[in-house]
Design a protein around this ligand. Structure first.
Ligand SMILES: *[C@@H]1O[C@H](CO)[C@@H](O)[C@H](O)[C@H]1NC(C)=O
Ligand SMILES: [Zn+2]
Length: 425
């Protein structure tokens, strides 16, 4: 507690999150189709930042600028959309969360002797070091690939895990990525945890014998770093070459940048929004890296998972119009199997996962998403995971990082086995 107190003082003394002075966040609970439509109109009108999308009977969370708060609430009341305050002082809460995260990071006891601790959120440098360490220490199963530099010149890294160095082409491939949306910090530890469980602490050897794995913990390292150092709510990449306004408003929404009905719905042409689709499909090196992995192993890729937060949802194609793919039955049954397994290992504090087509669950359509692109080019099972969080803060409390990593791994394990059973049938 003493440590926490000292760090709290340090955090308050440090001028950070200044741009969020006066901002508030609200839970919103639309309950009819027309509520969802209204909310999307208000999203543009009041430049809301949607931290978690609502679903039926599941509240979302939006950030609202000081100048729009009264009008926003008035309009919600006018149409009967329920709302309640999430945090009435966003900057203060961010300062507090910084201190908590820092205190946990410095708790050596809680590191538990692991090469990558799960007691707090890791810096991009710590994650890169961990990936390198895995490659050096376990060369027989793990190969680190550095396919490209990010826009700002960071090395994008992924780990290939295989007992045969990917030479046995009869094995299905499982590909998991995280951290495409910079601020969604909890999307990264489950991916590094999967590396841990396949390399450092193998308790399910069948998953290693039966499959080849590709794990890309941080698709967007520039954005991830920026969300630590500058703006906690940074979501996009950090490119400045997309638009005449891009130097003032950098970045592209990676999950609107894939070549799937690109820039047709749920996107923006303005680089100053959080859903800017980029100047063209795959304008971003970060999304091209994911694309290239998908294509390299397409003939044997059985399952692709892309990690996001928040919402406790497992979402599947098609996300641009809510229609169902030919493999909808497989997508749904494997999705439910993953969610059921997570539920068995979860905590009562977390909501149960909702499984479904992205548009049908969220009442929101968006084009250019990774999971849709993967499915369109032929990956039979492709999902977006929206991990748990947002009820207590903007960042899932560090005390739950290990829990979420472990329970998500249970879902991944079941998903892999089901995908393997279905593959080439
Ligand atoms: C550090 O972590 C340990 C184990 O999780 C916990 O018991 C202890 O209270 C923590 N210390 C602080 C200062 O938070
Ligand atoms: Zn996301």
């Amino acid at each position: 507690m003493k440590l926490l107190a000292i760090l709290l003082v340090a955090a308050f003394a440090h001028a950070k999150h200044e741009e969020y002075i006066g901002w508030k966040s609200y839970f919103v609970g639309p309950s009819t189709k027309s509520h969802f439509e209204t909310l999307q109109v208000l999203e543009q009108k009041y430049e809301l930042d949607v931290l978690g999308r609502p679903a039926m009977e599941r509240e979302g969370v939006v950030l609202v600028k000081p100048e729009h708060q009264d009008d926003f609430i008035r309009e919600l009341d006018a149409v009967g959309i329920s709302h309640r305050i999430h945090f009435d002082d966003v900057k203060r809460q961010l300062d507090y969360e910084d201190a908590v995260i820092e205190a946990h990071r410095n708790n050596v006891t809680a590191r538990n002797g692991r090469s990558l601790p799960y007691n707090s959120y890791q810096t991009i440098e710590a994650i890169e070091n961990y990936i390198d360490y895995i490659g050096r220490t376990y060369p027989n199963v793990a190969t680190v690939v550095e396919p490209a530099k990010s826009f700002e010149g960071r090395t994008i890294k992924y780990v290939k895990i295989s007992t045969t160095n990917f030479q046995d082409t009869s094995k299905p491939v499982i590909f998991i990525d995280g951290g495409i949306h910079a601020r969604e910090w909890i999307s990264i530890p489950p991916v590094t945890w999967a590396i841990h469980k396949l390399v450092e602490d193998v308790t399910e050897p069948d998953l290693l014998e039966r499959f080849d794995w590709i794990l890309l913990p941080v698709v967007n390292p520039d954005g991830y770093r920026f969300s630590h150092t500058n703006n906690r709510f940074w979501r996009k990449t950090r490119s400045t070459d997309q638009h005449s306004l891009s130097t003032m408003c950098p970045g592209v929404d990676g999950n609107r940048n894939y070549d799937f009905f690109w820039n047709t719905v749920g996107t923006s042409n303005s680089p100053c929004t959080d859903i800017y689709a980029g100047s063209r499909p795959f304008s971003e090196i970060e999304t091209r890296v994911v694309r290239d992995v998908l294509h390299e192993y397409l003939d044997r890729m059985a399952l692709y998972l892309t990690m996001h937060s928040f919402g406790s949802m497992i979402l599947y194609p098609w996300g641009h119009d809510g229609s169902l793919s030919n493999n909808a039955f497989g997508l749904h049954t494997v999705g439910v199997a993953m969610a059921d397994e997570i539920f068995k290992h979860s905590l009562p504090q977390f909501p149960r996962y909702v499984v479904g087509n992205a548009v049908l669950v969220l009442n929101y359509a968006a084009s250019g998403a990774a999971e849709d692109y993967a499915h369109q080019i032929g990956v039979p099972l492709a999902y977006t995971y929206e991990l748990p969080g947002l009820n207590q803060g903007f960042t899932l409390s560090p005390i739950y990082i290990e829990q979420v990593s472990k329970e998500t791994w249970e879902g991944i394990a079941v998903g892999a086995r089901r995908a393997g059973d279905l593959f080439r049938k």
